[in-house]
Design a protein around this ligand. Structure first.
Ligand code: SF4
Ligand code: SF4
Length: 376
């Protein structure tokens, strides 16, 4: 099977109700899957908690039931956060096979490993479990997705040379980041001989809507190229795909337009030229001088928030203000309609334990509340 370097991430599928992640627009997803396959792509990535546990089922409806099993590759992830005893692994895995309607996964990962979660995963036997699945033929390649520092990654890969690959957050803004360590994690995986699947290449959309100064640079550079597929998003995806040890770049696509653009640019993939690398460095400099919250909208914080605060949407509004100077009280009203307001945070800190980006959520919610609730 061909392995073009673009995978369809299914954590941001189109929705019927924009405020409700559970309402996946299945008909739209089917059209997107058709276009994806027609253009020669085949890799889908899902996980247990995505879309409030509806992503796996949507993949079954839009992909598994509609295409021969050997025409696509499917990756799924064990929700290690929910595992509290060894037997849970089997229970979740069987449920995932059922939800997806398959009898094997091509890629299977322990989801969202980091220093603390590694301790529990070792305690309950997560790695022997996935290794056994591979021996039994239920999965073809085993790995883990990872959100922590390079030192922890080095330790896990030293302890577990049996894994086939790792999934890392890599994008040009996080490459040198002290909190994310994209670059150091990539080099660590490479040193251990493990191919990398990239998640968050556009940093949850932050590299799609660039500040005006960065857009001006971008337009100057590509203005006369005549290629319509040159967009900030495609630049970010090509940046990740240009790394030689990267086997796959996942993009969480939400619309036909995004899919059209991503597949157009990745069909005949061209690595970044030296001039494009310089453009990326210049854009990075501009972004680093803009004070934004590095939220990727993964929504893991919301799974544990006792006040049901709509954290990612509020941070999106905060970032929009930082980049453009514009506020939208109408959006705040809408986003907080069925959720806690930012000022209702009780500072329990549960969300921060779940945040892969290590964001000081409480502190930033306070800033947001000052901006939207006190300043009006
Ligand atoms: S600290 Fe605030 S936002 Fe975070 S989980 Fe607690 S109540 Fe929710
Ligand atoms: S604050 Fe952190 S956990 Fe919550 S959506 Fe953003 S990146 Fe994800």
């Amino acid at each position: 099977m061909n392995m073009k370097k673009l995978g369809f991430g299914t954590m941001r599928l189109p929705r019927l109700d924009p405020d409700d992640p559970a309402t996946i627009d299945l008909e739209q997803f089917k059209k997107m899957a058709d276009m994806f396959m027609e253009r020669g792509f085949c890799y889908y990535d899902t996980a247990y908690p995505y879309h409030q546990e509806h992503s796996e089922d949507a993949v079954k409806e839009a992909v598994v039931k509609r295409f021969p099993r050997d025409s696509f590759l499917l990756a799924d992830k064990m929700p290690i956060l929910r595992v509290t005893k060894t037997e849970d692994y089997r229970m979740y895995f069987d449920e995932q096979l059922r939800r997806c309607g398959v009898d094997y996964f091509d890629y299977y990962l322990l989801h969202n490993l980091g220093r603390d979660r590694y301790i529990n995963t070792e305690k309950f036997g997560g790695f022997p479990f996935i290794e056994k699945l591979k021996k039994e033929g239920y999965v073809r390649n085993i790995g883990f997705s990872f959100h922590d520092d390079a030192q922890t990654l080095d330790r896990i890969l030293t302890d577990h040379p049996e894994v086939d690959f790792v999934q890392l957050q890599i994008n040009y803004l996080d490459w040198e980041s002290i909190a994310i360590e994209s670059g150091r994690c990539y080099e660590t995986a490479k040193r251990h001989g493990k191919p990398v699947t990239v998640m968050e290449p556009v940093k949850g959309g932050a590299l799609v809507k660039l500040p005006d100064a960065a857009i001006a640079l971008f337009n100057d550079f590509y203005g006369s190229s005549g290629e319509t597929y040159h967009t900030p998003a495609s630049l970010a995806i090509r940046y990740a795909a240009s790394l030689d040890n990267v086997q796959m770049v996942l993009s969480g696509m939400s619309s036909i337009d995004q899919l059209d653009n991503n597949t157009a640019v990745m069909k005949e993939f061209m690595p970044l030229s030296e001039a494009e690398k310089k453009l990326v460095a210049d854009i990075t400099q501009i972004l680093n001088s803009t004070e934004t919250i590095p939220c990727t909208s993964c929504r893991y914080c919301m799974e544990v928030c006792p006040k049901n605060i709509n954290i990612p949407e509020y941070f999106g509004l905060f970032n929009m203000h930082a980049v453009t100077g514009n506020k939208s009280n109408m959006y705040y009203e809408r986003f907080s309609m069925n959720h806690g307001k930012a000022s209702e945070c009780i500072k329990c800190g549960l969300c921060e334990k779940n945040c892969p980006q290590h964001i000081h959520i409480r502190e930033n919610l306070e800033k947001f509340a000052t901006l939207y609730e006190q300043e009006g």
